[in-house]
Design a protein around this ligand. Sequence first.
Ligand code: SAH
Length: 374
Amino acid sequence: MKKILPNLNNKLPLSDAHHNKMIQLLDTLKETTHLKPDEFLYILDHITQVEKEYLFSLAKATKNTYYQNRVYLRALIEISNYCKQGCKYCGINHTIETVERYRLSKTDILKTCETAYLLGYRTFVIQGGEDAYYTDELLVDLIHIIKHIYPDTRITLSLGERPKASLQKLFDAGVDRYLLRHETASKRLYEHIHPAFMSFEHRRQVLTNLKEIGYQVGAGFMVGLPTQTNKDLVKDLDYLKDLSPHMIGIGPYLCHSQTELAGNQSGSLDETLVMVALTRLILPKALLPATTALGTLHNTGREQALNAGANVMMPNVSPTENRKQYEIYQNKICTGDTSLECRGCIETRIKAFDHEIDLGVGDFYDLERTKNDR
Ligand code: SAH
């Protein structure tokens, strides 16, 4: 039996044929986790507001099957805004001269981990620009210390593209997860938003390497990038389905006025939520953050993402004095707050949207059921 949703679009009468096709596609996606590229494209090109609500409800139901209304929290430590890369959208790329650069020492990072641990966080996400200061030796030592002091935690690194041998060393030292967004699965678009010395193929190779080594891997992309089309977004869904990462970060592109891409429009809340929901349906067990970029775009952007299938939040625990300097995009939320304030604020927000915080290590669904603490 076909489900017909109410037609709330009072301007143009919706064709029943269109509406039925859309609902049928969304139902099929929920049941099978698959659609063909032209079917995804149909959804992106034609979905109406009412149908978006329906999509979000399906994505939320799928999330609930595996993770219920729990939201895993990850403590985000931004360790350095030095970066050798030249991503044209990013406010801390090496060409931008107005940025006041900083980096945290091993001792600073350990202090931040302590604060995070005392606030209840059990995953430390160590993120930064591509900064040669963080050698394998330094990181291996840091990881050993963190795992020795806090054996009941997980370490996630997000330090950009490193050689496979380096990633292997860090994994062997005890790193559990690695976040490296693919940024876009369209080669044309990737090359439009990166300088010529950066390689689309190389970034994807690093993601494959991470999987081969055995990391819990995070990929992801931005929505609303300059010149991005719905066809490009379909490529993101196809790529993700193929790669099957454990974590997927999806956020709106936020235009930074000091970058080469200044003057472009930022991505939209709605389009980003649609991509979060579709991603939940193709990879039902994925860990999907409600990203800080969504919270920056809209006051309740992250909470709305929870209602569209997201199940992770990454409160900032970086030292307050450095937060403004890690300006990958402008007006980033929480840059004037302390870690304690962020902890309270996040919990209140999550509860207000009928979710609850989960302070466990929050591994990928299948691993949580098979793996003991390392
Ligand atoms: N150096 C690391 C971490 C990058 S920052 C790496 O290369 O993986 C984390 C993510 O922020 C990036 O992967 C990118 O998707 C996102 N980002 C950067 N600048 C942005 C902007 N202007 N708007 C929205 N997201 C941005």
